[in-house]
Design a protein around this ligand. Sequence first.
Ligand code: SF4
Ligand code: SF4
Length: 428
Amino acid sequence: MYKTFRGGIHPKECKITEKSAIVDHEIPKVVCIPLIQHIGAPCDPIVKVGDKVKFGQKIGDSKSVVSAPVHASISGIVKAIEPRSYHLGKKIMAVIIEGDGKKEPVWKEKKSKVDPDEIIKIIREAGIVGLGGAMFPTHVKLSLPKDKKIDTVILNGCECEPYVTADHRLMLEKTDEIISGMRLIIQTVGAEKGIVAIESNKKDAIMIFRERLKKEKNITVIGVKTKYPQGAEKNLINAVCKRIVPMGGLPMDVGVLVDNVATAFAVHEAILLGKPLIERICTVTGEVGNPGNYRVRIGTMFSDLYKASGQAAKVLAGGPMMGLAQRWDVPVIKGNNAVLVLGKDMIDTSGYSTCIKCGRCVEVCPMRLMPNVLSVLGEKERFQKMDSFHISNCVECGCCTYVCPANRPIVQFIKLGKQMIRKNAKPK
Ligand code: SF4
Ligand code: SF4
């Protein structure tokens, strides 16, 4: 019996690229590197127009604690530093680099052993953020407050979003490197044990991790039920550790740290190879002529990434549940695990009606909220009232919208409510 959490849904998986081995995507001639690709303060550019930059050179940084530097993902010349379209709908400052075709990186291979005190510093300098989509700077996550102790590190290999297979392929093809990154994370936070959690629809990954870890005493592999959003960290902690993160709390409040498999891989590459985060694995899927799992340079434009079919109507950064609709010309950023092109027949334009009080959304909500009430309050613009229904605890998984027979855009109302509450909040 596979472990799981209460609520959730099981949408059609559509993992059409799960058998496609990772291949290098063509190196782009021009990249667009946004100066914010993380939760926290944006970076300031540390290069200027006309500068020559090397492959892997740091080009943006910030003095803020919660931030992460950005690096040149190709060698070339800085052509512009200007606002460009970005995933979150607004324009953001970005460094545009025109490639010169040189391949030699700035980083040099590190020694096989690194002083533990150096690990967090190296992770910061490498610009590593949560690659499962959260994009929270990893060095901040690993720098625990003095009163917190982590006993368990969970490596998140769930990848519960339909269509997305980037982590699955990485787990099959880079198992040892991911385990190496996990060991470094365990060592850094001083945890007693590690758990690799993988959904039951990836049996080959479960088997390979079990095989590689059979002699390991403090790391176990747990298969979890294929259910969305199994990979949301609070659900995962509940499923594998039977601990409940309190409302408004963090995993560290219950002694747990969760990191995605791709983040562990990036930690391995930064510590043992000295490599900054200049590329990631991205699933290209949907109405495209070239579906697959690609190793993509950060800053590659979406339009360089896929060949859209005649049916293509909309592009998402991420999977169909949590992915955000994009313009056709935004760049791939660090948290971008997939590019999904939807066909005309996949877009619902039928509109929505009033809530019929069926309760389905309440049943599936993994955070035990009342999405029906939140959606009505959002619709009536009673944003402050949404606070008393714990809107901040919503993980925006979209399960409520998925099951709603009235087709209500519940997540959109919740997102709007969160935005308005933030806007009206008095600075502390
Ligand atoms: S209210 Fe939030 S957490 Fe609950 S199902 Fe809807 S989107 Fe997910
Ligand atoms: S699923 Fe839709 S119709 Fe049913 S209670 Fe929730 S919001 Fe109302």
